[in-house]
Design a protein around this ligand. Structure first.
Ligand code: GLU
Length: 342
């Protein structure tokens, strides 16, 4: 069950007349008819998602919110959680310690590949399952309940609302999670994770089963874009010194084994999940959330990728873009852009 969305309420400066809103509406209309991709079904409960669900939300670092489509439907965060739990692990330990347990090197391999760095025995990065399980293991707390509470509270700070676990999805993850279990035991063999393996696996499956919506996805990235402070509530979600760690692994490893092409084409630090969500940011400017369950072969939302590509190109949002953009974001946000020019 979803709880009242305070951030949504507080931030509904829904700049209704801004041409940027019209732009997003047209983007939604443009890609809604797309039927490519397939809803994830390797976890049976995920297959219940409807292929037509489609939401786009942008939140600027000064709190303007633009949302179109199914932005209030709850779905499970899945792999998107990995980036944020990595930030929490950094806060619970120091950077040097976390770096000993998980690297920051892209793998070019699938998210669930059973592969560790041969020299160090570390998982390659916190975004593949092995690295995420090692990261989750680093979340401190006296018992399973306290550790889960800390993870849920992390997402509350990022989104500005309380979150729940989707229990059937958690149980489905747990029942079908032997591959993750195998990785965890392999890592224990190399001393990369502690002995509380089943507790950590449960926490990992629970963090993947946290319910969020498209608005939340935009908010968590807007928070990172805003230096770690939620632009609506003003609460700090992550210590400023670790924002760059999280955002850089998002840029290099956040989109599964499509991350290189994504960085080249879209150029926004991002993270996607098999539930169909993508969260992406333009540091200092905005957070973007998209939700559409059908995935491509790499596990990224087909419509989500299209939306991010268009936004990046049309407004020159690629991190390394030096050319004048076709559209000036500030003008479009403030109302002086021309909405029907494309
Ligand atoms: N719960 C998923 C798993 O470990 C995470 C998948 C994802 O979103 O990449 O299989």
């Amino acid at each position: 069950m979803s709880k009242p969305n305070l951030s949504s309420f507080a931030s509904s400066i829904q700049a209704a007349a801004a041409p940027f809103r019209t732009y997003l509406t047209e983007l939604h209309e443009k890609y809604h008819p797309l039927t490519d991709g397939k809803v994830a079904d390797y976890i049976p409960e995920l297959a219940l998602a409807k292929p037509e669900w489609f939401g786009i939300c942008v939140i600027t670092t000064d709190g303007q919110t633009f949302e179109v489509g199914d932005c209030q439907i709850d779905f499970t965060i899945q792999s998107i959680s990995k980036a944020f739990v990595y930030g929490l692990a950094l806060e619970h330990h120091d950077r040097a310690y976390v770096n000993c347990k998980v690297g920051v090197e892209p793998t070019g391999e699938a998210f669930n590949s059973i592969v560790l760095d041969e020299k160090t025995n570390r998982p390659y990065n916190p975004m593949v399952n092995a690295g995420a399980i090692a990261t989750t293991d680093l979340i401190t707390g006296k018992d399973a309940t306290e550790r889960l509470k800390r993870v849920l509270d992390l997402f509350r700070r990022y989104t500005g609302r309380e979150h729940d676990i989707n229990v059937p999805i958690f149980l489905s993850e747990k029942a079908t999670g032997d591959r993750n279990r195998a990785m965890a035991y392999l890592m224990r063999n190399f001393g990369m994770v502690s002995d509380r393996i089943e507790e950590t696996l449960d926490l990992y499956f629970q963090q993947c089963s946290i319910l969020i919506n498209t608005h939340d996805l935009a908010m968590i990235s807007a928070t990172l874009a805003n230096g770690g402070v939620n632009p609506i509530t003003g609460e700090r979600a992550i210590a400023a010194e670790y924002v760059q760690d999280v955002v850089s692994v998002m840029l290099t490893c956040g989109m599964y084994d499509y991350s290189g092409e994504w960085a080249y084409k879209v150029g926004m630090p991002a993270k996607s999940g098999v539930g169909g969500g993508i969260t992406a940011l333009v540091p200092g400017r905005l957070g973007l959330g998209t939700f559409s369950p059908p995935l491509d072969v790499k596990g990224n939302s087909v419509r989500g990728i299209k939306v991010c590509e268009d936004l990046s190109r049309d407004f020159g949002l690629h991190l390394f873009n030096a050319a004048p953009a076709e559209r000036d974001l500030d003008e479009w946000l403030s109302g002086s852009g021309v909405a029907d020019s494309w």
